[in-house]
Design a binder for this molecule. Structure first.
Ligand code: PRP
Ligand code: MN
Ligand code: MG
Length: 180
């Protein structure tokens, strides 16, 4: 375990099993279609990679880079597009892939944007859901795990751009982000 981590919430093995399960569900749902998987950078990168390799059907991938947290542990409330999709959304069946839904601001912004761009359907898949953090009215269609209202890192999730490379989801020691 990394020395900045207080405890592991979800192990590498648990994540692996969950990705398999979610990938199979998505395969069932989209096997007659050609969905566009939209990965929300940067956090969704490891999850997207694992989910797609468990989807046994045609799927196109593209990425959107949006940011609302900067180097803080709280959302700024303002979603910025750092990189847009290269793919046309009109008429497509979208599967938005996220690492976590907290306030829900990022996803509600993206869902509105893709509706405006006339997607045929939009599904949200998130590895983690933090229901206690929610301020926007948004719900995922597929959720890997619910997490408590703690700042979690690893497997794509960062604190000030660190810890994304950890293979598990963990809770940081409070002293790392300026707690006691
Ligand atoms: C994090 C996370 C989600 C979003 C969730 O991204 O990866 O995309 O915040 O929070 P919300 O539900 O309160 O909007 P962040 O903006 O930190 O960018 P990153 O993925 O590049 O770390
Ligand atoms: Mn993100
Ligand atoms: Mg972040």
């Amino acid at each position: 375990m990394h020395e900045d981590i207080e405890k592991v919430l979800i192990s590498e093995e648990e994540i692996k099993l969950k990705c398999k399960e979610l990938g199979q569900q998505l395969t069932e749902e989209y096997k007659e279609k050609f969905p566009l998987a939209v990965g929300v950078l940067k956090g969704a990168l490891p999850f997207m990679s694992d989910i797609l390799r468990n989807m046994d059907c045609h799927v196109e991938m593209d990425f959107m880079d949006v940011s609302s947290y900067g180097n803080e542990t709280k959302s700024s409330g303002e979603v910025k597009i750092v990189k847009d999709l290269n793919t046309k959304v009109e008429g497509r069946d979208l599967v938005i892939i996220e690492d976590i839904i907290d306030s829900g601001l990022t996803l509600s912004y993206l869902v509105d944007l893709f509706k405006y761009r006339k997607a045929n359907s939009i599904k949200i898949v998130t590895l983690l859901d933090k229901p206690e953090g929610r301020t926007a009215n948004i719900k995922a269609d597929l959720v890997g795990f619910n997490v408590p209202n703690e700042f979690v890192v690893g497997y794509g999730l960062d604190y000030a751009e660190r810890y994304r490379n950890l293979p598990y989801i963990g809770v940081l020691k409070p002293k790392i982000y300026g707690g006691e």
